[in-house]
Every structure is written in C-alpha cells, then in structure tokens.
Design a protein around this ligand. Structure first.
Ligand SMILES: *Cc1c(COP(=O)(O)O)cnc(C)c1O
Length: 454
C-alpha cells in the first residue's frame, strides 16, 4: 500500500483522536508501517524518531524483544478470561510485583484497560469508601487547576484543562479546584522572579490547606498528578507540596489519589514520582508505561483500609460493583510483566540520570532564547515554554498555533514532537542513545526558532 493511499483511506473512515479532522485537508496524516526501538517507519521507508514515546507510553522503545517474548509466550496458552470468579498467573504475578514495588501500604490492585478508567475506579472507590464507613456526606473531590486526569466524564470532571472540559461541563460533577503549585514563570500571578520552587510550592499549599480545613467534612479525596502536570503543558512543581498535602490529608480524613499514569515507571527519575516526596497515597493510578506502550492496561492500587471497608457479607451491599470486559486481560498482564522484567534487567534510573543530564546540556542555547520563557526538566521530561514576551508573561496567542509549526518542521527533519500549545517537550523512550538525544536537541532548538519566527 503506497503512502497517499493509506492516509486517504484513513481520512475516509477513521475519526482520529484529539483532532480537528479538517486540519487533515492540508496537514498530512503520517502512515506508520513498522516501529523498532525509538524509530517509527513509514511505508516508503522514512524513519521518524519518536521523541514523545507515542503519547508517553513507550518507555523501552517499540517492540522490545523481552516484552514481545512475554506477549508471544502468553498467546500460546491463555488469551483472555473474565476476572470475576476466575484468576490466572499473569494477573497474580503482576499484582504481587506491583504491590512490592509501589509505596508502602498499597496492597490491592484493581484493573482497567485505560488510564481514564483507572481514575474513575479511584474516584468511585473513594466516594464509596466513605459511604461504606458511614460518612456519606463526604462527596466532593478536590483538584488542582491545570490538571488532567483523562477523558471519560468522571475523569474529565476532576481535570481542569479548559478546552477539553468546558464543552461538557453541564454533564459533570463539580470538584473544588485549588490553585496549582505549578512553578512556571508563565503562570499568571504565579511564582515571582527570584522566588524558589520550594517556597512557591509551599505558598500555594497554604491556599490548599485553607480549603481542606474548611471543607474536610464534605471532601472525599484530593487528586493530583505528582510533580508534573503533563497534559497541562508539562508544568512542574516541588515535592514539598506532596509532602505537605499527604500530612494534611491524613490529619483531616481525606484520601489522597495520586495519578501516576504519565509520571510512573521511571519517567521523573524515580520509579514513581511520589517517591520524590517519600509519600504513600491512598490510591495510585497507573497505565501508559505499565505495558511499555504495547497493550492497553491500567491499574488502581489502594490500601487494606479501603479494601476492608468493602469486605463484608454479600447482603450488606458494600461490594465494589465495577468491571470492564477486559479487566486483567492476560496478554496485557504478561506484557506488563515483560516491562517489569526489562526494568529489573538493569539500573534504568541511573541510565536516565545520564540521559537527562545530556538533554539539559544539549539544550543550553534555548535558555538564552528571547522567546523562551523557561526550560524545565524532571527526569526524562524536558519542556520548553515559548512566549511572545517572557518578561511580561505574555504568551503567544493560541490561534497562532506556533506549536504546530514546530511539529511540522520537526517531522520534516524526521523527529516526532507533539507540542502542547506553546510548550515543546521531549519525553523519549529510555532506550534512546546519546547520539539520538543530540539529534533530538538539535531539531528541538531549530524547531523553536521556526515556531517563534514572525
Ligand atoms: C494520559 C493520562 C490519563 C488518561 O489515560 P488514558 O489511557 O489516555 O485514558 C490520565 N491521567 C494522566 C496524568 C494522563 O497523563
């Protein structure tokens, strides 16, 4: 199948995600025929460096042999079976490993097949927990401004990414939104020049604390993306916020839900971002990197305390009646076990420290750029925020679509960037080589120039 054919056929029958389809009248769809390591390949043999890990999922490169091997072997024995009333080796082994590797106290795994669903599970469990223990008045969720937790109605409701949410607002539960501790200098009324990240994150926490103290009786949980608000433009904050939040939640009888869907599995430089603050949440949502970007799978981990509040005689009506058809799919679980096997095979966190350092040094030039407000980094995420006038915190107007210019330019250079508005970022697979990082940073710098040109 030649290249234009596939794109045209796709436009005829596929409704692509998160896309104004009319753009594809002039913006070519990119067909991909194969992928290996950090490289995608089009049917006519053009190679594209996947700098965004295929939407942040692909931590060990495409078709990693260990992961592929786990999947193939599983396919020879058990493809799928329902998880209600039945169980199987991959789901049990995976749960044992996840319980062992996640923060202390998380002891129960509930499976879903995408990140949004894992968030829904955490929301429903928290709400239901308070009902089950006789505190049904605790019904409200607290969320940070600029946060993102997925697209299904419950997950979308506790997010705060304007255009994704606003249209559907009439359909949704209303959370209590507190200001994000996001330390970007482009945040209006945000961190002052000279004010450190820690000081600013503490200052923001005092606002959050006031809300929690005043309304604890009606709040079931606070949900956060730890350290990095990824979809919200790779906005970052200091771990002190999580530490203080954990203490306040424990004191005020409020659950802490940590959405590690994007940050989990080594992305921020620790296995899980909440380890930077040394905290254990009441719920942890994982997906994306869990299968190394091979198959859809998600899990919500929680504590024995939560689990026990549902554990009772059937007639008590306390059971968690939630399921998805593919809950705990054996192929996906085996693939996740393959991913964990790759993690165990060497010290990826230390490899990532080296790669992260290289991304930082290779982007030095951007820190002097007149239209770069900030270059920020957390582990294997490096973000460049472009602005019309950084000193006045004046962004480029969204309708100028400067990020799109960067996307188009980078693609011509054989690099897949997928900017978030005016923020360009690198979030490559951990198997990227130093040479490939150099190439990536070269293209990134040139893409910033192209995007910021008049
Ligand atoms: C991607 C993402 C989700 C949603 O996961 P899906 O699998 O896309 O539904 C939720 N939370 C965070 C932090 C994410 O990055």
């Amino acid at each position: 199948m030649s290249l234009p054919d596939l794109a045209a056929r796709s436009r005829a029958v596929v409704w692509h995600p998160c896309t104004q389809m009319q753009d594809h009248e002039w913006l070519p769809l990119v067909p991909v025929a194969k992928a290996e390591g950090v490289w995608l390949e089009t049917p006519d043999g053009q190679r594209i460096l996947d700098a965004v890990s295929s939407w942040w999922t692909n931590i060990f490169g495409h078709r990693h042999p260990v992961i592929v091997d786990h999947l193939k072997r599983q396919l020879d024995t058990l493809d799928h079976v329902l998880l209600a009333g039945f169980t199987h080796e991959p789901v049990v082994s995976l749960s044992e490993k996840l319980v062992a590797m996640t923060p202390e106290g998380l002891s129960r795994c509930f499976y879903a097949d995408n990140g949004s669903a894992a968030v829904e599970v955490a929301l429903k469990m928290s709400f239901h927990y308070w009902r089950n223990i006789g505190r049904p008045e605790k019904q409200r969720f607290v969320t940070l401004s600029n946060s993102y937790h997925g697209e299904t109605l419950g997950a979308l409701a506790v997010g705060d990414t304007g255009m994704y949410r606003d249209t559907y607002a009439p359909l949704m539960l209303t959370p209590i939104t507190v200001p994000s501790p996001d330390c970007s200098l482009m945040q209006p009324h945000g961190r002052q020049p000279g004010e450190g990240w820690e000081d600013y994150s503490r200052r923001r926490f005092s606002d959050t604390l006031a809300v929690l103290e005043a309304r604890a009786a009606e709040i079931c949980a606070v949900i956060v993306e730890p350290l990095v608000q990824c979809a919200g433009g790779m906005r970052m904050y200091h771990p002190i916020y999580l530490e203080l939040l954990r203490k306040a939640c424990s004191r005020l009888d409020i659950h802490l839900i940590v959405d590690e869907i994007a940050t989990g599995f080594g992305r921020t430089g620790q296995m899980f971002a909440c380890e930077w603050a040394n905290i254990a949440p009441d719920f942890m949502c994982l997906s994306k990197g869990l299968t190394g970007g091979t198959l859809p799978l998600a899990v919500t981990l929680t504590t024995e305390t939560v689990y026990d509040a549902f554990y009772d005689d059937y007639r008590s009506g306390k059971a968690f009646l939630h399921s998805h058809s593919y809950t705990g799919n054996p192929l996906a679980c085996a693939t996740a076990l393959g991913t964990l096997a790759v993690f165990e095979s060497c010290d990826w966190l230390s490899i990532n420290r080296g790669l992260g350092q290289l991304m930082w040094t290779q982007t030095a030039r951007l820190r002097q750029h007149p239209h770069v407000a900030e270059v920020r980094q957390q582990g294997m995420i490096l973000a460049v925020e472009m602005a019309k006038a950084p000193s006045r915190r004046e962004p480029f107007p969204a309708e100028e679509r400067r990020g799109l210019r960067a996307y188009q330019y980078a693609l011509e250079q054989g690099v897949l960037l997928r900017p978030l508005g005016n923020t360009l970022y690198l979030m490559p697979p951990f198997v990227i080589s130093p040479r490939e990082i150099e190439r990536l940073c070269e293209v990134l710098i040139a893409a910033v120039d192209v995007a910021c040109a008049p």
